[in-house]
Design a binder for this molecule. Sequence first.
Ligand code: FAD
Length: 281
Amino acid sequence: MNANDRSATFSCEFFPPRTEAGIEKLQLTQQKLDEIIRPEYYSITFGAGGTTRDSTLEIVKLLSAKNISIAPHISCIGSTKQQLKDLLEEYKSLGVTRLVTLRGDIPDNGESTKELSHANELVSFIRETTGDHFNIEVAAYPEYHPESKSPQSDFKYFKNKVAAGANGAITQYFYNIDAYFRFTDKCIKENIKIPVTPGIMPITNFTSLTRFSDACGAEIPRWIRKQLEAYADDKDSLQAFGIDVVSKLCEQLLEQGAPGLHFYTLNQADSTNAIWKNLST
Ligand code: FAD
């Protein structure tokens, strides 16, 4: 399988911008990605604890109105069941048929509604309230979720999400390819048949990548970290190195059977498009 194989699913993720200028820029980014990748859908994140519920909806409305296929992220940790039900109805009325379904990051103030505590409960709730209307993607963690008590319990809870009705999974990003294939091998052994799409984080900025990776439990291998540190003051070399590393990762993933790629674009098109061009040649 390679980037020209349209039986694979390629998708790109955005976060809802906070300003009008950001929204303008996002639309340009979307156009640039569409020219090169033509992803099957764009997913739109949902801020910690539902903090971007309105801005996520705003971007979903904006892009859906242009007939762009959108998968909003939806999380349960900061929302009541009624809020979630209303949101699901709104998405249905906008023609949305795919969701990325999460517990969500715990907001800084630690607040939770306690109505739905884990993603499997949200998947069940969506199935109870909307039947099979939505294609549901859930999160998977080849390097384990940072709060998980053990690899075994993390996988057990992943299975709960599949049993609750998930159609597919998207992974946290990783740079250790073995972790991904170990995870998919385990799925095969446990008779889990849903596609597990690797989440791909382009490397563009050392400081933010390190901060984010520490928080979400994604390991940056030493050889990558050292090289990025060495390029700290040389943005062009850092980006070129990042594109090379991530292109090779994507190439190997597709060659070895990954069902597609989900790009965490951070609302930027250039690195993702450059990686794609490397995959297509
Ligand atoms: P869960 O599957 O509920 O797991 C959370 C933790 O609880 C894990 O450690 C798990 O092992 C454990 N667990 C699960 N069930 C139980 C149980 N019954 N009892 C005890 N422990 C349990 N965050 C956002 O806020 N907004 C987003 O838009 C967003 N998008 C994301 C997209 C992708 C593709 C990924 C991979 C992550 C995304 N995140 C997002 C981050 C995600 O919300 C966090 O990683 C969050 O901490 C866990 O969400 P989850 O859906 O994996 O939770």
